[in-house]
Structure formats: C-alpha cells, structure tokens
Design a binder for this molecule. Structure first.
Ligand code: PSU
Ligand code: MN
Length: 302
C-alpha cells in the first residue's frame, strides 16, 4: 500500500529532534489570495517562521498525497492550478481518494498537523459564523475543529466578512481560549479591533509561552487562539470594510453563491472595491502572524 502522507525532510527532522514547528495552511494560497501574491505570501510566511528559528510545515494535498511541508513546486501548483479543491474535514478524505490537488483550510490543516503532534499553526483569519447564518446555517468547520484539537493558533481574529459577534460567542461556547498579543480586543482581520474583549492580553512572548506550557500540563484539550492585529500601517477602518461587505453580500446573493464558495467570492469582490487595499492588509497580516508564530514556537521549545 502506498503512503498517504509525505513529510518533508526538514519537518521530519524537526519532529524527531522535538524542534519548534509551525504549520501553515494552503487554502489561503489557492482560494484566498490571487496569483502572484499567493506565492509571495506562501514563501514569505515560511521565511518568517525560519528566521525565528522554527520550521515551517505548509500542509496541502498533491495528487492525493497529504504533504506536510510543501516544496516550492507544490506551492506553485496550488497557487496556479484552477482545479485545486478546497478541503475541510468533510471532504479531505475524498480528495485523497480521488488523487486530486487540494488546499486545506484551518479545520483540515490542524487535523493533519495534530496527527504528527505539530501544535503551532499560523493563518490570516479563521472561519466562523457567516452573516446570514440564521438562514443558511453556514458556520465554518474551523470552529469545531478548534474545539476538537488542541493547537495554538496565531491569527488576526476571524475574517471581517463574518458575523464577528456570533463568532466570538461561539468560540466561548466551544471552550476556545481567546488571548491577545498586545491587544485588549479581538481583532477584526482587515481592521484592528472589534469591541469584543479578549480573555487575557499578553504583552510579551515568554509569558504566552509559559501560559501554553501550563495548558499542556492541564491536558487542556481545546485550541487556544492568539490574536495578533494587522500591522497598523495596513489597517483599514471598520466603516469602510462594512460598506464593502454589504455590497459584496448583495452580489453574492444575486449570483446565488453558497457553501464553500462564499468566503473566496466575498474576499475577491472586496479586494476589487478596495483597490486591493484589503489584499495588501491580508498579505501583511498573514506574514506578520507567521512571524509571531515562529517566535512563540521557538520560545515554547527552548
Ligand atoms: N484566512 C485568510 N484567507 C483565507 C482563509 C483564511 O486570510 O482564504 C481560509 C481558511 O483556510 C479558512 C477558510 O479555514 O478560509 C474558511 O472557509 P469557510 O468559511 O468555507 O469554512
Ligand atoms: Mn461554510
């Protein structure tokens, strides 16, 4: 029988030597960002992790093989090929079975990372409760995955296109600790702050790392979110963002966009309306989160 998983040499070595590893997802490469920004983000995120003394493990599926530590060629495929599937926990098995190329979301990336004991994970914004969830029941599997696995997730909150009030509440319901790195409020992805208080604000990395160590000792079996704001110079006002979101939502409804196509559609529309300001913010916050994850992971394992 052939192997389902392929681990890069880098990552395998880090696992064997118990070195710090940061998992990265691939949906943002294939479905969240346009080419060639997606390649830039993928590479610079890996570099940011490495520059801090940790090892990056970008996770994705190439011809049905689950790769932990995508090569440059793999990243190029996921960044350019138009037939890449977006896989969450409900359909990752089918893409493997059908030997497809597929990009993993937050939900499926942490489920794979957990098989190999990789604790740290960085992304832009997690999925959450969609704005019209009352009618559609569209709630990202990311939230349930965070509650099922115990990973340390460095992100800028949940994506602005979501109902952030409901997302904040559901995180609490699911037992997911929401801490801030130098912020008292949960960030709003493209904008700096929502009005939802974090469970605790940590001003320094070693303190976060001590807190995470305590959680391991407690055998805390849920993920912990570590919120990092979008770099100030790329932050956009909440009012502007909300205006663009409303416009994009209307268009999504007219075009009958639903299911897993909703998130990529809205992000793309809003990038257009904003003259790529949201794209620029998105790029910078993802790399910034990978950088912070590299630092925390390094501190945690030393
Ligand atoms: N963060 C970004 N861009 C993205 C995503 C996250 O900056 O495109 C992806 C993540 O992979 C996340 C997914 O898991 O969007 C959520 O999709 P859905 O709402 O369909 O669950
Ligand atoms: Mn959904």
């Amino acid at each position: 029988m052939d192997n389902l998983f392929e681990i890069s040499n880098d990552v395998q070595k880090a696992i064997d030597l118990k070195k710090p590893i940061v998992a990265l997802e691939s949906t943002l490469i294939s479905h969240g960002l346009p080419y060639p920004d997606n390649i830039k983000v993928a590479k610079e995120s890996i570099n940011a992790v490495h520059d801090n003394g940790s090892v990056a493990a970008t996770i994705g599926i190439i011809n049905g093989k689950v790769k932990i530590g995508l090569s440059e060629d793999d990243i190029n495929i996921l960044a350019k090929d138009n037939n890449v599937q977006k896989v969450s926990n409900h359909n990752i098995n089918l893409s493997i079975f059908k030997k497809e190329n597929a990009a993993t979301t937050v939900a499926s990336t942490i489920s794979i990372a957990s098989i190999f004991g990789i604790k740290f994970f960085a992304t832009g914004g997690i999925g959450g409760v969609h704005l019209n969830a009352k009618n559609t029941y569209d709630v990202s599997a990311d939230l349930y995955s965070l509650s099922e696995y115990s990973n340390y997730i460095i992100c800028s909150g949940a994506k602005s296109i979501l109902d952030l009030d409901k997302t904040y509440e559901l995180l609490e319901t699911l037992g997911i600790t929401r801490i801030g790195y130098k912020t008292n409020y949960m960030p709003g992805f493209w904008y700096s702050e929502t009005n939802h208080q974090v469970d605790n604000n940590f001003e320094d990395i070693s303190n976060i790392s001590n807190f995470l160590k305590l959680n391991s000792r407690l055998k805390h079996r849920k993920s912990i979110l570590i919120f990092n704001k979008v770099p100030q110079i790329n932050a956009i006002s909440k009012e502007k963002i909300n205006e663009w979101i409303n416009r994009a939502l209307l268009k999504a409804e007219q075009n009958k966009i639903n299911g897993k196509a909703v998130t990529p559609f809205l992000i793309k529309e809003i990038n257009n309306y904003s003259n790529n300001k949201t794209l620029k913010a998105n790029v910078s916050l993802i790399i910034n989160n990978a950088d912070l994850a590299g630092k925390i992971a390094k501190n945690f394992y030393s």
